[in-house]
Design a protein. Structure first.
Length: 155
């Protein structure tokens, strides 16, 4: 998916087993953020930064939905442990990560493996992608301010 594309109506299933649909966020901007793994340092920092700034994000018209290939049980623990106020999509079959083009070969310490590239898509009120934060752009401890600065620039 690239700038100007409309996100799919069915985004996936959240940690409670409920469908998450684009139409649930009609009239709001959606921060759809993809992250590699629950309970890892970078992913926890990013989730907590979004949590700590969630009220401000909502005040500016945003809703937040996280996506990883972790199980519903893993997401439930991650949400509880970090008191996250937003849903996490369980993409165990990799449908959404592949559709958005954020699943691929990564490498760490010379070892190659498949994984999710940390990427955030900002969708406008109609579900159209209006901004993409690529892995090299995202500062996990400041991600909410990066998103809010985008909002400032669009006023």
């Amino acid at each position: 998916m690239t700038l100007g594309d409309k996100a799919p109506e069915l985004l996936g299933v959240n940690e409670q087993g409920e469908e998450v649909r684009l139409s649930q966020y009609a009239g709001k901007k959606l921060v759809l953020y993809f992250y590699p793994k629950d309970n890892t340092p970078g992913c926890t920092s990013e989730a907590c930064n979004l949590r700590d700034n969630y009220t401000e994000l909502q005040r500016c018209g945003y809703e937040v939905v996280g996506v990883s290939v972790d199980s519903a049980a893993s997401h439930q623990k991650f949400i509880t442990k970090n008191e996250l106020p937003f849903p996490l999509i369980t993409d165990t079959d990799k449908t959404l990560v592949e559709k958005f083009g954020v699943w691929g070969e990564k490498s760490m310490c010379g070892r190659k493996y498949m994984g999710t590239f940390r990427t955030t898509f900002i969708l406008n009120e109609e579900g159209i992608i209006e901004r993409i934060f690529l892995p090299k752009d995202i500062k996990v401890k400041e991600h909410a301010s990066q998103i809010l600065q985008t909002n400032e620039g669009n006023k």
